[in-house]
Design a protein around this ligand. Structure first.
Ligand code: S3P
Length: 435
């Protein structure tokens, strides 16, 4: 069955309960790819079975490793190691998944032969030069479309090590280079302009690679040999954020998410929820494979506007659409600066959030690198999520405090990151359903 492309979200309800969310998307992609680069059998528990990581699983199978789902829900990746991987026979379809496309570029750059990556309409608009340029410096040949997007053709080579700056603070760029380094046995020394998620570094370290940080630099020592791991994927904080935000919107509501990843490079959204005025309690209970996991409880106390500064952007990059939509229900003005990167995500997220908020009666000023939102009362109406999963989920949650029902179109892509979203928010007390 294909997922519904329109939802109706009704106001009212008090978000509550103790919940779990599907596995972390970023860690799921990385576990599959590290499995392909590791000789032996990698076991992955809690893999996100959303369309994005499933695209990565198919890619892993296309390059000579074997990703298999088992009856107990765990996955394994069997591989003879990086030297046994090869360019795929046919183009790899990355679907809607920027992470699949960019991380794979790093692996394919080190494989003999020529590979082609394609994607859906949204992915085919997203910039790829950011990975193509540094991988070309390592010695691979990457050919992009005239607009620097997919399809990309990659002819692998015996790579050299990388030493230099990342064009932007992007975990996808850093990860592509680290994977190229691991796949070719070369070293990588990369300086980034900001702090982005470090799951690749943590997983590689757990597998035995020498990966260190100094300031804003990451180093991978040459000659990495990975040992096969069992990866326990925590719940995705970026998915949990929608449930937690629902509680933050409703004074007196309290909701807990358990078993969720609390890697400090991902928790900006919790800090920002607290600055919005919510009560946020976190507890780290475990750290399998170097990834902190625990429980978060949010209690709604009423929201007040806040300023989100440029240096905070990478830390909450995927939750910014949600926080911006919540700003509509906060007292006073909320501003975001330094977030032009949001324009090249699954949609132009500054434009789609601004259009959606205006459709619900909220005053928004759109700037090249951010938004200025004057809080008020969200009205009922129709919002186009423009095929962007996080925009769809953000408006579904915000409708809880609207004055009338909110119809959301273009919701189908929610399957990429949060399968079961409708059931999850219904269980939390929200009234959102397929329309
Ligand atoms: C991701 C990194 C982020 C994020 C994306 C997932 C990853 O992108 O927006 O959803 O898994 O590496 P950038 O690193 O390009 O900002």
């Amino acid at each position: 069955v294909s997922a519904p492309d329109t939802w109706l979200a009704r106001p009212g309800g008090t978000p509550r309960g103790v919940h779990r969310v599907p596995g972390d998307k970023s860690i799921s992609h990385r576990a599959l790819l590290i499995g392909a680069l590791t000789a032996g059998t990698t076991r992955i528990e809690g893999l996100l079975e959303g369309e994005d990581p499933l695209a990565t699983a198919r890619a892993v199978n296309a390059i000579g490793a074997r990703a298999t789902r088992h009856a107990d829900g765990a996955w394994t990746v069997e591989s003879a190691g990086a030297s046994a991987l090869r360019a795929p026979d046919a183009p790899i379809d990355c679907g809607n998944s920027g992470t699949t496309a960019r991380l794979l570029c790093g692996v394919l750059a080190a494989l003999p032969g020529t590979s082609t990556l394609v994607g859906d309409a949204s992915l085919s608009r997203r910039p790829m030069r950011r990975v193509a340029a540094p991988l070309a410096r390592m010695g691979a040949t990457l050919t992009l479309s005239a607009s620097d997007t997919l399809p990309v053709r990659i002819t692998g080579a015996r790579l050299q090590g990388f030493e230099g700056d990342a064009p932007i603070a992007s975990a996808q760029v850093a990860s592509a280079l680290l994977f190229a380094g691991v796949a070719s046995g070369q070293g990588v020394s990369l300086r980034s302009s900001g702090l982005s998620r470090d799951h690749t570094e943590r997983l590689l370290r757990a597998g035995g690679a020498r990966v260190t940080h100094s300031g804003d630099q990451v180093h991978l020592a040459p000659g990495a040999q990975l040992a096969a791991l069992t990866v326990r994927v925590p719940g995705d904080l970026s998915s949990a954020a929608f449930l937690l935000a629902a509680a933050a919107l409703v004074p007196g509501a309290a909701l807990t998410v358990e078993g969720v990843g609390l890697n400090p490079t991902r928790t900006g959204c919790l800090e920002l929820l607290a600055r919005f005025g919510a009560e946020v309690e976190t507890e780290i209970l475990d750290a399998p494979g170097g990834e902190p996991v625990g429980r978060v409880t949010v209690t709604g106390r009423g929201l007040r506007g806040l300023d989100i500064a440029p240096h905070e952007v990478p830390w909450a990059i995927d939750e910014l659409p949600l926080l911006l939509v919540m700003a509509a229900a906060a007292e006073g003005v909320t501003t975001l600066r330094g977030a032009a990167e949001l324009r090249v995500k699954e949609s132009d997220r500054l434009a789609t959030v601004a259009a959606g908020l205006r459709a619900l009666g909220i005053a928004v000023e759109e700037r090249p690198d951010g938004l200025r939102i004057t809080g008020g009362r969200l009205q009922g109406g129709t919002v186009d999520a423009a095929g962007d999963h996080r925009i769809a989920m953000a408006f579904a949650v915000a409708a809880t405090v609207a004055t009338g029902p909110v119809r959301i179109t273009g919701t189908r892509q929610v399957e990429t990151s949060f399968p079961g979203f409708l059931a999850a928010v219904q269980a939390a007390g929200l009234t959102v359903a397929a329309a």
